[in-house]
Design a protein around this ligand. Sequence first.
Ligand code: SF4
Length: 421
Amino acid sequence: MLKAPGRARTDSTHVLAAIRSLNRLEFVIETLRAALNALAAAAPNWLSAHADPAWFDRYATRPEDYWLPSGKAKRTELSEQTGRDGMRLLADVHAAGAPVWLRELPAVQILRRAWVQQYVFDTEGEVRWRDPKECPPGALRLVSPYDTDARASVKRDIKWDGFKVHLTETCDADTSHLITNVLTQDATVQDSTATNLVHDALAARDLLPGEHLLDAGYIDGPRIVTADRQYGITLTGPIRGNTTAQASGPYSQSAFAIDWQSQTVTCPNGKNATQWRDKISDRGAPIIIVRFSPADCRTCPARPECVSSPRAARREITLRPRAEHEAIQQARAAQGTPEWRERYAARNGIEGTLSHAVHTAGLRRCRYRGLARTRLQHQLTATAINLARLDAHLTGTPLARTRTSHFARLRPADQTIDGAK
Ligand code: SF4
């Protein structure tokens, strides 16, 4: 049933960690509370001797935002009071006379990590709550003392704390569709990072497809080239459009003739670029900067259309390495054709699989805490779906058809989803 090399499709969805979502103030209070609870359970006599009596009022119950002060100044004051309390507890735990194992309690380690992320300690020993811009990036920042693998993320209008799961399944027309890979990562990891990881995992199990259908988040020039060269996979999906000021029109980049052999670029007015420089972009990707002569551009009648900034002395173009450039051009040319649309339409089925996993197996919510257990949960969910599909295949049970609303059924037969005739 796993025909090689068949077709596969991948998509992702967000997964909520098995924790309560906390704002920053709730987070620091809850983190200190969790450390106090852990110490109270592990070393009650030690904590009784070291706890400030005021802590029982401040940390005996879990923080709820509605009883915390609402003004910015008072919230900052409360956060810094919590910071000082946490610092005092950490100092006592790390004092020379304290049992060494106290500082090794996971809740105490988490308190220390959280305090480094949330507070600044100046040279006079004052504790200051970090400005949000001074906090570490989302990929490192803790969001709960009870699940240190969960991360906060945003995708379009969805905000969540937790993880992201990518499901890959076969999608050949003439056989059952089986899930061949499950990739669970923290919520901040971009879909584009998953593309190569999915291929590596499929290659390790000899399950690579010949064609992989993906949405725009997974595809770019480097990934098309890597998938083709390393694994012989054709990536099919929409390439993100050019968003520069000269994305279209008679002086768009595609109107410039490129001779890769001689490293020559000729503009629509017949002038040759005077610079061709290899560079590494701010994101670490190899790029080529091509510049035309200010003498040519200054006197050119097309300059207002060709050079985006009136202050710029000349036209400059940024190119990808040849293989990536050509892959992007080919993909952009193909994706407008009816044949491409028909091939790509098979990708939509993965959304049904994700929806099925969310509604029947609770894929959206972690049952357990931590990335390792969440990964295991997702592997078991995918296995359960595969078993159900195998059963349907072996017993000849027809697959449920995608439901179409009464109104959608009225669409004229010659009109496609995007309204084109
Ligand atoms: S502005 Fe420069 S690059 Fe653009 S068309 Fe004129 S000469 Fe060519």
